[in-house]
Design a protein around this ligand. Structure first.
Ligand code: SF4
Length: 350
């Protein structure tokens, strides 16, 4: 098997035991990153590394199992349902926080959308559903339509979100005319169709991606972007500021910059919190007011934590952006800083 560090003989068994995600990259993406000046950085997104055998961590950093209410449906925050519709992606990101299931035969995928719809119907507090996985756009449009058959009649859902990196990996997928009808169906049902793209680096935003996004945007589809802060890939304020500016230019609003999670086999992608805060400050110094739409977020077991600053008092200041307990949302809290800290648990209480 080819690794970033060179070719090594590795058996299937070793890959399985170590939960190593399969190596798969679309031809489109390989060509796209080869055309940029950032090939060395971007290939880290998709090429396996020996470090994946060694990086410590957990396979469920966000408490996904604990928040699973039905097979394939998570209900962590009152307003949002998270639906796992596939365990496949067009290419596999080496830092994926769902390494436990992507590219593998998983039993975490929703098998019964009628059952899912029944649960959502009984939970009027749920206003939006995020189709995730895996990448929902590896599914046929007919299959996506079938899922929508169950979701669109639910009156209290006001938006249907699709979390996808397909627009980076294979933008041609969005040329499918049936997708236009699918997005129209969502609008006709009185709901908002949202695509959450996943651009980590300006070098991933191809001319084809831009064309497809502009076309869907003109049809009323809303776009948000989430990025992951990744060591040796995009841990540079100039690169991320350029990425977010480009996103805005093509109609995609950056909303989360995620701190990479301590995922087993992927924690080598983590950037220390001190550096992460320097980077976010550097990004904000480069952006105009209308472009500062992102939050630096740790998607933690306890909730989504916005990482605000490292104070002169040596404490890291944070705030719950989302929490299962509504009274905790918006509350600022702090912990003593530790130089090597990359995650909440690395900061001592007190
Ligand atoms: S596309 Fe998303 S789900 Fe698939 S490997 Fe990348 S981060 Fe994970």
């Amino acid at each position: 098997m080819r690794f970033i560090e060179g070719t090594r003989a590795v058996t299937e068994g070793e890959l399985q035991v170590n939960n190593i995600t399969p190596h798969r990259v679309t031809t489109f993406y390989r060509k796209q990153i080869s055309k940029t000046d950032y090939y060395e950085q971007l290939r880290r997104i998709v090429e396996p590394s020996i470090e994946e055998f060694e990086s410590p961590g957990s396979l469920d950093t966000s408490g996904e199992h604990a928040n699973t209410v039905l097979p394939g449906l998570q209900h962590k925050y009152a307003q949002t349902g998270l639906l796992l519709v596939t365990d496949r992606c067009a290419s596999y990101c080496r830092y994926c926080f769902r390494k436990r299931m992507v590219g593998k035969s998983s039993n975490e995928i929703a098998p019964d959308f009628a059952q899912v719809a029944r649960y959502i119907s009984q939970h009027p507090e749920m206003t939006n559903v995020l189709l995730s996985g895996g990448d929902p756009f590896v599914l046929s449009t007919a299959k996506l339509d079938e899922i929508l058959d169950h979701l669109l009649p639910i009156p209290h859902l006001d938006s249907i979100r699709f979390g996808t990196k397909m627009v980076a990996y294979e933008p041609k997928r969005f040329e499918d005319l049936a997708l236009t009808s699918l997005f129209q169906r969502i609008h006709q049902a009185g709901k908002t169709a949202m695509v959450v793209t996943h651009f980590d680096h300006i070098g991933e935003i191809s001319v084809d991606a831009e064309r497809r996004i502009r076309s869907l945007h003109a049809q009323g589809v809303q776009f948000l972007n989430q990025s992951v802060l990744l060591a040796k890939v995009n841990d540079d304020p100039a690169i991320l500021a350029a990425t977010f500016t480009k996103c805005h230019q093509i109609g995609v609003r950056p909303y989360y910059l995620f701190q990479a999670r301590p995922v087993k086999g992927a924690s080598h992608f983590q950037v220390a919190l001190r550096r992460g805060l320097e980077i976010t400050r550097g990004i904000n110094q480069r952006l105009s007011g209308i472009h500062k739409t992102f939050r630096y977020i740790m998607s933690h077991y306890t909730g989504k934590i916005e990482i605000l600053d490292l104070g002169d008092d040596g404490r890291v200041y944070m705030r719950y952006h989302q929490n299962k307990a509504p009274e905790k949302i918006g509350k600022i809290f702090s912990r003593p800083h530790v130089e090597t800290a990359c995650w909440l648990e690395d900061l001592p209480e007190g």
